[in-house]
Design a protein around this ligand. Structure first.
Ligand SMILES: Nc1ncnc2c1ncn2[C@@H]1O[C@H](COP(=O)(O)OP(=O)(O)OP(=O)(O)O)[C@@H](O)[C@H]1O
Length: 444
């Protein structure tokens, strides 16, 4: 049995949660706003608390934040509850020391599970009291509602309260850069620079000077002093993308910088101290690169203090709809069948490909609603299933016929190398009909 505090302004929700918890054998205290909640958290002798996010006056985030600023970060696990989880409020809650961030309504099994986890936990890690920027809700950056993306958001929030290195894994286009930026923005370094460097794009011989800088005259072409990305990022975050492509000699130098917290500019005799949080990312399997002798194991351990794994988009299809709406940004609406097709598509290029597809759709469609007809232009590969029996459940006969027609027309045009008269002949239809269908399906 635990003693549990509920802080929520919604009386109905509060009472239902309280009676559920009581029926599970717990002792429950309730308060109805953030001010009382703060007092209760500082004074009451409870084992854990459920804290509502949106409350008039002092909201849940402000309660957590104030505890941190008063130097009394939550000593007990505090579970943030919200009806509207966003990447931003998830990151912010975890950043300020929430034990977990859950969405309402919360079922009995989930309640039991989180209480068990919270009771096993030791004191939650103290968040750094320095304030992150205001307006956490201003610009949604890390969009996604899937369990996989919620886990990423929570890790980003927890990592933001520290300055340790973070290693981000994910296929190309999954959002590694977005995660690194969200981490920086949620951290106490937010007002300082965020510098992103693509290690794969820098020639090996220039990398040392790019990262650590050089003195004037250090080598031919060094006509002026250069600071280098580490020093440009002073006080902030340096994002080293495609770290797996870093040449071996640079890996050794980077390891030393991480160990010593100082860089030696090319041509300089004295090291310069740096205060930089390093976030690295790779689309390669770095453990495999270590096994292949292409990446230093000691550097991997240094970088991989906290890991964030971003799943490919095809493995978190629940994120497609919120991403589509985020990228449309209100410029157009989208028809249900078009959305369903986008959700079914495998997205080998992940979120980047989805974003580009939406941009193309917005540019190429003349109506204010994107329909399934626009998809042929958005996704050139948007093909009908090879066998109509493979069509997703719920496909109607007209949709199946349309998909088949579209594929046959495209194939005939391919075989006829774009010659429409020839394609019409192969299809056994008149040229005018082919033209009309091509226009209907956006195949021109
Ligand atoms: N969760 C997300 N919410 C909003 N936008 C996203 C999200 N994930 C990715 N994007 C968008 O998708 C595009 C690709 O993301 P990003 O550049 O971060 O991918 P990446 O994994 O760093 O790619 P690469 O491996 O090529 O470096 C960007 O335009 C980014 O804004």
């Amino acid at each position: 049995m635990a003693r549990i505090l509920i802080i929520d302004d919604d009386a109905d929700f509060r009472d239902t949660l309280a009676s559920t918890l009581e029926s599970m054998g717990h002792d429950v205290d309730v308060v109805g706003d953030g001010h009382e909640g703060l007092v209760a958290l500082e004074q009451a002798d409870v084992d854990l608390a459920f804290l509502d996010y949106l409350m008039p006056g002092r909201d849940g985030l402000s309660v957590l934040r104030t505890l941190g600023e008063r130097g009394a970060p939550p000593k007990i696990p505090i579970i943030m509850l919200t009806a509207h989880a966003t990447g931003e409020n998830t990151i912010a809650a975890m950043r300020y020391g929430a034990f977990d961030h859950l969405t309402k309504p919360i079922g009995r099994d989930d309640l039991a599970a989180v209480i068990a986890r919270a009771r096993q936990a030791k004191a939650p890690p103290a968040p750094t009291p320095a304030a992150a920027p205001d307006g956490v809700e201003s610009e949604p950056l890390l969009v996604g509602v899937s369990d996989a993306m919620r886990a990423v958001q929570k890790t980003v929030g927890m990592a933001a309260a520290t300055s340790v290195p973070v290693l981000i894994h994910g296929e190309t286009g999954t959002g590694k850069d977005v995660v690194a930026r969200a981490l920086h923005r949620a951290s106490a370094r937010a007002a300082m620079p965020f510098i992103a460097v693509n290690c794969a794009a820098i020639p090996a011989e220039l990398m040392e000077s790019e990262l650590f800088g050089h003195r004037k005259g250090a080598f031919t072409g060094a006509v002026a002093e250069r600071k280098g990305h580490f020093r440009e990022a002073e006080g902030g975050t340096l994002f080293l993308d495609e770290i797996g492509d870093m040449p071996a000699a640079m890996q050794a130098k980077l390891l030393r910088v991480l160990q010593e917290q100082e860089v030696v500019p090319v041509g300089a005799s004295q090291p310069v101290r740096v205060d930089v949080r390093v976030v690295a990312a790779s689309h390669r399997d770095l453990a495999q690169r270590v096994a292949d002798g292409q990446f230093r194991a000691d550097l991997l351990y240094r970088l991989d203090v906290l890991s964030v794994r971003i799943a490919p988009l095809r493995d978190r299809r629940e994120d497609i709809e919120p991403l589509v709406r985020h990228f449309l940004a209100g410029r157009k609406r989208i028809a249900a069948d078009a959305l369903a097709a986008l959700c079914a598509y495998p997205w080998p290029g992940n979120v980047r490909q989805l974003r580009n597809a939406i941009e193309r759709g917005v540019a190429l469609s003349r109506t204010e609603m994107l329909t399934v007809h626009d998809l042929a232009a958005i996704l050139p590969e948007h093909a009908a299933p090879e066998d109509v029996r493979d069509a997703p459940d719920g496909t109607t006969l007209p949709e199946a016929v349309e998909a088949l027609e579209r594929r046959m027309i495209r194939d005939a045009l391919d075989v006829a190398q774009g010659n429409r008269a020839e394609a019409a002949r192969r299809l056994g239809i008149r040229r005018q009909l082919l033209y009309r269908k091509m226009a209907d399906y956006g195949l021109e």
